[in-house]
Design a protein around this ligand. Structure first.
Ligand SMILES: Cc1ncc(COP(=O)(O)O)c(C=O)c1O
Length: 372
């Protein structure tokens, strides 16, 4: 028997989430983000499962794109951060990739490259996140240089990214949309023969800000079954968004030991948890080496045989300990769910001082992904 910790990936849930994103924005094209190993779910398998319905995919770098190409993915793939060095432009051309252009160095690399045919370019605009993209006053010059280059397709996509779309009370998203409209109007005025398309929305904006939907939407987190509003909205309002989606990953393991301890005994490293009464403790084969957060405090819910039980003691590299005193029977081999449809990853993240994005994305390779 092998170690029981496994991430089960439900590909029908994934396709359901794609359909949900598409239905929310029927006039937009839905480009799933499969960067960072598809938020930890396995980029190749996720892209393969969506290849017949997704018009394109988004990745962070050329290595991620080449991994998909080598696995036979022929859909357009956008490099969201563009190229990191000039030599990547020719490689991107050979691999038929799309490039987001975010700064003058990247413009220079494209216009001076030796390309067999023009490349599809997305122009990244900084509408306020101040991370990547051309500042508003730089955008038209950058556009004009690209427009005039024989290396660039005549169709271009103008794009920007929201800083806080998941915060529905924050007026900053509306401000970013305004800035985007202004700059795209200036670009329209000088576009010449170019045809333009636009892209703004991430998951939060797809779900709750239809006014931001453009030709291309870019869902990441919602593809994997979670609304980004958890903790941002009252529980019932969040449920309205969450019910449209199905969590894709179930992180599972099994009980590998059960013991009864006396009142006052402690459990795990640094004696963090101590028994207020005689207690039954189950040990589970999952730890921070498997992506379960070490910062999870006592009381973080763990599902054993479908019942929520509190974490008891510090998370070890390969194991956790759980207080199962209230369960009638717990045996070695019983199934344990760390997160999944019945126990949202956001809940574990909330206990652990992070968000669900991080927990999913940093899931290490040691946990086998099983596709169902
Ligand atoms: C440029 C860009 N677009 C879209 C996304 C997807 O965001 P989300 O996962 O919130 O949908 C990201 C995520 O980081 C991004 O960087």
């Amino acid at each position: 028997m092998s170690r029981p910790s496994v991430a089960k990936i439900d590909l029908s849930a994934l396709r359901h989430n794609f359909a949900a994103a598409q239905a929310l924005a029927p006039h937009s094209k839905t480009m799933p983000m499969v960067k960072a190993n598809a938020y930890g779910h396995g980029a190749v398998a996720i892209a393969q499962a969506l290849a017949d319905i997704a018009p394109a995919f988004g990745v962070a770098c050329i290595e991620e794109a080449i991994e998909l190409r080598q696995a036979g993915i022929n859909n357009p793939i956008l490099l969201l951060e563009g190229t990191f060095s000039a030599d990547e432009v020719e490689l991107a051309g050979q691999q038929d990739l799309w490039i987001m252009v975010e700064n003058d160095n990247q413009v220079e690399a494209i216009v001076t490259a030796n390309l067999a045919k023009p490349i599809q370019v997305w122009l990244g605009i900084d509408t306020g996140m101040h991370r990547l993209g051309f500042q508003l006053h730089e955008a038209t010059d950058a556009f004009a240089r690209l427009r005039d280059s024989r290396n660039v397709c005549t169709s271009m996509v103008i794009a920007s990214h929201f800083a806080s779309a998941e915060d529905l009370d924050n007026g900053f998203t509306a401000e970013q949309i305004n800035r985007f409209e202004q700059v795209t109007q200036e670009i329209q005025n000088i576009k010449g023969d170019s045809s333009l398309q636009f892209s703004l929305a991430n998951s939060a904006a797809i779900l709750a800000r239809p006014e931001s939907h453009r030709d291309w939407n870019r869902p990441g987190y919602m593809m994997f079954g979670y609304s980004p509003f958890n903790g941002q909205l009252p529980v019932e309002e969040h449920a309205q968004y969450q019910k449209q989606l199905k969590p894709v990953m179930t992180l599972e393991s099994a009980v590998i030991a059960v013991r009864t301890i006396k009142v006052g005994d402690t459990v795990g490293y640094n004696n963090r948890w101590s028994a207020e009464a005689e207690s039954k403790i189950a040990t589970v084969a999952i730890g921070y080496g498997d992506g379960y957060p070490r910062s999870a405090p006592d009381g973080t819910p763990v599902m054993i045989n479908g019942v929520r039980c509190p974490l008891a003691g510090r998370v070890s590299m390969d194991m956790i300990t759980v207080d199962v005193t209230h369960l009638d029977t717990v045996e070695i081999g019983n199934t344990v769910t760390l997160w999944g449809p019945e126990l949202p990853v956001d809940e574990i993240a909330h206990h652990s001082g992070t968000n669900g994005y991080e927990l999913l994305t940093r899931m290490p390779g040691r946990v086998p992904r099983v596709y169902v």
